[in-house]
Design a protein around this ligand. Structure first.
Ligand SMILES: [Zn+2]
Length: 138
C-alpha cells in the first residue's frame, strides 16, 4: 500500500488521533461505569496522564492504541512502508516513554494496568471485566 500522506500530514493525523478520547477508551470507561467504579480521567498531575485514575485505590489504567504505543507481537503495529525509519524511531520513543511513566508511577506508589486496543471487543468483554476486577480489587 502506498502511503498517500506526507510525513508531516501523517504525523498530524496520528497526533490528533492520540489527543482525542479514543473509541477503546470510551469502551473501557463504559465498562468500568457498568461495574460501578468511579474514576477520574486524564489526571494531568500524574506522570503519563493516565486514562483512568482511581485515587483511593492508588491505581491507574492506560488504554493504549496498538500502533501508537508499539504493542509487542501485535498485528496492528505494522508500520507504514514509507518513512519507515521515522516511524520506527517515533514508536520506539513512545515505548520507552511508556516504560518510564510506569516506573515513575510505581515509584510514587501507584499500580498500573495497560489495556491494549486489540484486547477490546464485545466478544472479549467477560475476560476484560474479569481483568479489570482482578486489578482493581487486588
Ligand atoms: Zn495489540
Amino acid at each position: 500500500m502506498v502511503d498517500i500522506y506526507s510525513k508531516m500530514k501523517r504525523s498530524k493525523i496520528m497526533s490528533s488521533v492520540e489527543n482525542k478520547k479514543t473509541k477503546p477508551e470510551i469502551y473501557i470507561s463504559n465498562l468500568l461505569l457498568k461495574l460501578h467504579y468511579r474514576f477520574q480521567n486524564n489526571v494531568v498531575t500524574l506522570p503519563g496522564k493516565p486514562d483512568m485514575v482511581f485515587p483511593r485505590r492508588k491505581k491507574v489504567i492506560f488504554v493504549n492504541g496498538c500502533f501508537w504505543h508499539g504493542h509487542k507481537d501485535c498485528s496492528r503495529t505494522k508500520l507504514p512502508v514509507t518513512n519507515r525509519a521515522f516511524w520506527e524511531k517515533k514508536i520506539s520513543g513512545n515505548i520507552q516513554r511508556d516504560k518510564k511513566v510506569r516506573r515513575e508511577l510505581n515509584k510514587l506508589g501507584w499500580k498500573t494496568l495497560t489495556i491494549w486496543q486489540c484486547q477490546i471487543s464485545k466478544r472479549k468483554e467477560q475476560a476484560l471485566e474479569k481483568r479489570l476486577l482482578m486489578f482493581l480489587e487486588s
